[in-house]
Design a binder for this molecule. Structure first.
Ligand code: HEC
Length: 159
Protein backbone atom coordinates (compact mmCIF):
# COMPACT_ATOMS: atom_id res chain seq x y z
CA UNK A 1 0.00 0.00 0.00
CA UNK A 2 1.53 3.34 -0.96
CA UNK A 3 1.69 6.30 1.41
CA UNK A 4 -0.96 8.33 -0.41
CA UNK A 5 -3.47 5.50 -0.07
CA UNK A 6 -2.57 5.04 3.61
CA UNK A 7 -3.20 8.73 4.28
CA UNK A 8 -6.51 8.58 2.42
CA UNK A 9 -7.59 5.52 4.42
CA UNK A 10 -6.59 7.21 7.67
CA UNK A 11 -8.56 10.28 6.65
CA UNK A 12 -11.57 8.12 5.86
CA UNK A 13 -11.30 6.34 9.23
CA UNK A 14 -11.10 9.71 11.01
CA UNK A 15 -14.18 10.93 9.14
CA UNK A 16 -16.13 7.76 10.04
CA UNK A 17 -15.06 8.13 13.68
CA UNK A 18 -16.06 11.81 13.75
CA UNK A 19 -19.43 10.98 12.20
CA UNK A 20 -20.04 8.22 14.78
CA UNK A 21 -19.09 10.61 17.60
CA UNK A 22 -21.41 13.26 16.17
CA UNK A 23 -24.29 10.76 15.93
CA UNK A 24 -23.69 9.64 19.54
CA UNK A 25 -23.48 13.25 20.76
CA UNK A 26 -26.67 14.07 18.86
CA UNK A 27 -28.44 11.04 20.36
CA UNK A 28 -27.34 11.65 23.97
CA UNK A 29 -27.32 15.44 24.15
CA UNK A 30 -29.87 16.70 21.64
CA UNK A 31 -32.39 14.06 20.57
CA UNK A 32 -32.72 11.85 23.65
CA UNK A 33 -34.84 8.70 23.48
CA UNK A 34 -38.23 9.63 22.04
CA UNK A 35 -41.10 8.65 19.75
CA UNK A 36 -44.19 10.49 18.57
CA UNK A 37 -47.16 9.90 20.84
CA UNK A 38 -50.69 9.40 19.36
CA UNK A 39 -51.87 12.70 20.92
CA UNK A 40 -49.23 14.65 18.97
CA UNK A 41 -46.84 15.18 21.88
CA UNK A 42 -43.31 13.79 21.98
CA UNK A 43 -43.14 10.70 24.18
CA UNK A 44 -39.87 10.30 26.09
CA UNK A 45 -39.05 6.62 26.56
CA UNK A 46 -37.84 5.80 30.07
CA UNK A 47 -37.47 2.69 32.21
CA UNK A 48 -40.39 2.47 34.70
CA UNK A 49 -38.08 3.44 37.62
CA UNK A 50 -36.69 6.41 35.67
CA UNK A 51 -40.22 7.57 34.82
CA UNK A 52 -41.19 7.23 38.49
CA UNK A 53 -38.23 9.40 39.49
CA UNK A 54 -39.13 12.19 37.04
CA UNK A 55 -42.80 12.06 38.12
CA UNK A 56 -41.75 12.27 41.79
CA UNK A 57 -39.79 15.40 40.90
CA UNK A 58 -42.95 16.80 39.26
CA UNK A 59 -44.98 16.18 42.40
CA UNK A 60 -42.26 18.04 44.29
CA UNK A 61 -42.94 20.99 41.96
CA UNK A 62 -46.66 20.96 42.84
CA UNK A 63 -45.86 20.80 46.56
CA UNK A 64 -43.53 23.79 46.12
CA UNK A 65 -46.25 25.74 44.28
CA UNK A 66 -48.71 24.84 47.09
CA UNK A 67 -46.29 26.08 49.78
CA UNK A 68 -45.19 29.21 47.86
CA UNK A 69 -48.77 30.37 47.17
CA UNK A 70 -49.77 29.55 50.78
CA UNK A 71 -46.87 31.59 52.12
CA UNK A 72 -47.43 34.52 49.71
CA UNK A 73 -51.12 34.69 50.68
CA UNK A 74 -49.95 35.25 54.27
CA UNK A 75 -47.28 37.77 53.20
CA UNK A 76 -44.71 35.28 54.46
CA UNK A 77 -41.80 36.00 52.07
CA UNK A 78 -39.24 33.88 54.01
CA UNK A 79 -41.69 30.92 53.88
CA UNK A 80 -42.03 31.35 50.10
CA UNK A 81 -38.25 31.60 49.77
CA UNK A 82 -37.74 28.36 51.72
CA UNK A 83 -40.33 26.49 49.64
CA UNK A 84 -38.80 27.73 46.37
CA UNK A 85 -35.29 26.79 47.44
CA UNK A 86 -36.36 23.14 47.91
CA UNK A 87 -36.92 22.79 44.14
CA UNK A 88 -33.96 24.94 43.07
CA UNK A 89 -30.99 23.90 40.93
CA UNK A 90 -29.42 21.84 43.73
CA UNK A 91 -32.29 19.32 43.50
CA UNK A 92 -31.25 18.43 39.92
CA UNK A 93 -28.03 16.82 41.19
CA UNK A 94 -30.05 13.74 42.09
CA UNK A 95 -30.98 13.04 38.44
CA UNK A 96 -28.77 10.17 37.14
CA UNK A 97 -26.80 10.71 33.89
CA UNK A 98 -28.60 7.70 32.32
CA UNK A 99 -31.87 9.66 32.48
CA UNK A 100 -30.29 12.89 31.25
CA UNK A 101 -29.08 11.02 28.14
CA UNK A 102 -32.68 10.04 27.31
CA UNK A 103 -34.18 13.51 27.71
CA UNK A 104 -34.18 15.77 24.62
CA UNK A 105 -32.05 18.93 24.93
CA UNK A 106 -35.12 21.18 24.81
CA UNK A 107 -36.70 19.26 27.72
CA UNK A 108 -33.51 19.51 29.81
CA UNK A 109 -33.12 23.23 29.03
CA UNK A 110 -36.74 23.93 29.97
CA UNK A 111 -36.48 21.76 33.10
CA UNK A 112 -33.27 23.42 34.31
CA UNK A 113 -34.72 26.87 33.58
CA UNK A 114 -37.66 26.09 35.90
CA UNK A 115 -35.32 25.01 38.73
CA UNK A 116 -33.24 28.15 38.13
CA UNK A 117 -36.37 30.34 38.15
CA UNK A 118 -37.41 28.85 41.52
CA UNK A 119 -33.95 29.78 42.88
CA UNK A 120 -34.40 33.34 41.60
CA UNK A 121 -37.93 33.54 43.06
CA UNK A 122 -36.54 32.37 46.41
CA UNK A 123 -33.69 34.90 46.41
CA UNK A 124 -35.97 37.78 45.37
CA UNK A 125 -38.59 36.83 47.97
CA UNK A 126 -35.88 36.97 50.63
CA UNK A 127 -34.34 40.24 49.41
CA UNK A 128 -37.33 42.23 48.12
CA UNK A 129 -40.27 40.85 50.16
CA UNK A 130 -42.56 41.92 47.31
CA UNK A 131 -45.34 39.33 47.09
CA UNK A 132 -46.72 40.72 43.80
CA UNK A 133 -43.28 40.35 42.20
CA UNK A 134 -43.06 36.77 43.56
CA UNK A 135 -46.50 35.98 42.11
CA UNK A 136 -45.42 37.33 38.72
CA UNK A 137 -42.34 35.08 38.85
CA UNK A 138 -44.51 32.11 39.84
CA UNK A 139 -46.89 32.84 36.98
CA UNK A 140 -43.96 32.83 34.52
CA UNK A 141 -42.78 29.50 35.98
CA UNK A 142 -46.26 27.97 35.63
CA UNK A 143 -46.31 29.06 31.97
CA UNK A 144 -43.18 26.92 31.46
CA UNK A 145 -44.76 23.95 33.31
CA UNK A 146 -47.81 24.19 31.04
CA UNK A 147 -45.65 24.61 27.92
CA UNK A 148 -43.65 21.51 28.63
CA UNK A 149 -46.74 19.42 29.47
CA UNK A 150 -48.26 20.47 26.14
CA UNK A 151 -45.20 19.13 24.27
CA UNK A 152 -43.99 16.05 26.15
CA UNK A 153 -45.20 12.80 27.65
CA UNK A 154 -43.28 10.15 29.62
CA UNK A 155 -43.71 6.58 28.39
CA UNK A 156 -42.47 3.61 30.41
CA UNK A 157 -40.61 1.03 28.34
CA UNK A 158 -38.73 -2.03 29.56
CA UNK A 159 -35.42 -2.24 27.68
C1 HEC B 1 -39.31 20.11 30.94
C2 HEC B 1 -40.66 19.66 30.93
C3 HEC B 1 -41.52 19.83 32.14
C4 HEC B 1 -41.57 20.89 33.00
C5 HEC B 1 -40.78 22.19 32.94
C6 HEC B 1 -42.54 20.55 34.00
N1 HEC B 1 -43.07 19.32 33.75
FE1 HEC B 1 -44.42 18.37 34.89
N2 HEC B 1 -44.38 16.76 33.67
C7 HEC B 1 -43.68 16.71 32.49
C8 HEC B 1 -44.00 15.48 31.80
C9 HEC B 1 -43.46 15.05 30.44
C10 HEC B 1 -44.92 14.78 32.61
C11 HEC B 1 -45.60 13.44 32.30
C12 HEC B 1 -46.86 13.73 31.52
C13 HEC B 1 -47.41 12.49 30.81
O1 HEC B 1 -46.73 11.48 30.71
O2 HEC B 1 -48.55 12.62 30.32
C14 HEC B 1 -45.14 15.61 33.78
C15 HEC B 1 -45.96 15.29 34.83
C16 HEC B 1 -46.29 16.14 35.85
C17 HEC B 1 -47.20 15.80 36.92
C18 HEC B 1 -47.87 14.46 37.15
C19 HEC B 1 -47.08 13.70 38.21
C20 HEC B 1 -47.53 12.27 38.43
O3 HEC B 1 -47.19 11.71 39.49
O4 HEC B 1 -48.21 11.69 37.56
C21 HEC B 1 -47.30 16.92 37.68
C22 HEC B 1 -48.18 17.09 38.92
C23 HEC B 1 -46.46 17.95 37.11
N3 HEC B 1 -45.84 17.42 35.99
C24 HEC B 1 -46.30 19.22 37.62
C25 HEC B 1 -45.42 20.16 37.12
C26 HEC B 1 -45.29 21.51 37.62
C27 HEC B 1 -46.10 22.13 38.74
C28 HEC B 1 -44.30 22.10 36.90
C29 HEC B 1 -43.73 23.49 37.01
C30 HEC B 1 -43.38 24.01 38.28
C31 HEC B 1 -43.85 21.12 35.94
N4 HEC B 1 -44.55 19.96 36.09
C32 HEC B 1 -42.87 21.38 35.03
C33 HEC B 1 -42.80 17.64 32.02
C34 HEC B 1 -42.50 18.85 32.61
Amino acid sequence: MNDKLKIRLLGLAAAVFAAAAAILAYKFIIAGSTEESPDGRTAILLEPAERALVLAEMRGFVEAVRDITGALAKDDAPGAAAAAARVGMHSTHEVPATILGKLPLEFKTLGFSVHDAFDRLGMDAKDLRDTKHSLEQLSAILARCAGCHASYQLKAVVQ
